[in-house]
Design a protein around this ligand. Sequence first.
Ligand SMILES: CC(C)(COP(=O)(O)OP(=O)(O)OC[C@H]1O[C@@H](n2cnc3c(N)ncnc32)[C@H](O)[C@@H]1OP(=O)(O)O)[C@@H](O)C(=O)NCCC(=O)NCCS
Length: 173
Amino acid sequence: MASLVGRRALGGVGAAPDVTVELREVTGETVRAICRLTVAPHQESFVALNAVSIAEAYFHPTAWFRAIYADGEPVGFLMLDDDDATPLYTLWRLMIAEQFQGRGYGKRAIELLIDYVRSRPGATALMTSWVPGERGPAEFYRKLGFEPTGEIDDGEVVGRLALEPAPRWRTGS
Ligand SMILES: CC(C)(COP(=O)(O)OP(=O)(O)OC[C@H]1O[C@@H](n2cnc3c(N)ncnc32)[C@H](O)[C@@H]1OP(=O)(O)O)[C@@H](O)C(=O)NCCC(=O)NCCS
């Protein structure tokens, strides 16, 4: 699957209305542009550099990563531990570049990721973890419906989003 696409009016302060957000494969032509995307200096402890994530993915057969595009422009990156053997699906990395934050792109990217995870064998939840603390992403995840499980993994709060079966109009069944 080359890309997942979603077009809808986006919420949030400063949101650009009716923007097409896509998850696209990273290619030899686009990898440098994706690696140039960076978060704000105070956010650097929350997420690895995209170049590091892509390098790690090379050594993890279950890593599934995509660039996030908004109206054809690269704006972010995400990576999933796509382990259908367990089956456990864990959002491993997520970033929206500093200049594109606050426009609803992160939320839309997670919605597209959820569509993908729902298509995977035995998927009942999307897991993630986040660095706790002021100005961190906890509220972003809470608004998307992630609930802390009570576990702490390597200093990060573990969160779980239960996946309801997709409505029939979305599955086409
Ligand atoms: C967290 C991150 C991905 C959010 O992306 P974004 O595109 O800016 O978020 P959105 O615009 O889609 O926000 C969706 C909602 O979450 C809220 N939100 C986003 N970041 C927030 C934060 N840090 N604190 C509180 N609320 C936040 C928005 O206000 C919006 O609320 P609304 O739906 O009520 O309007 C982005 O800020 C980022 O890359 N941060 C640095 C890296 C990071 O922390 N990654 C997560 C690793 S675990």
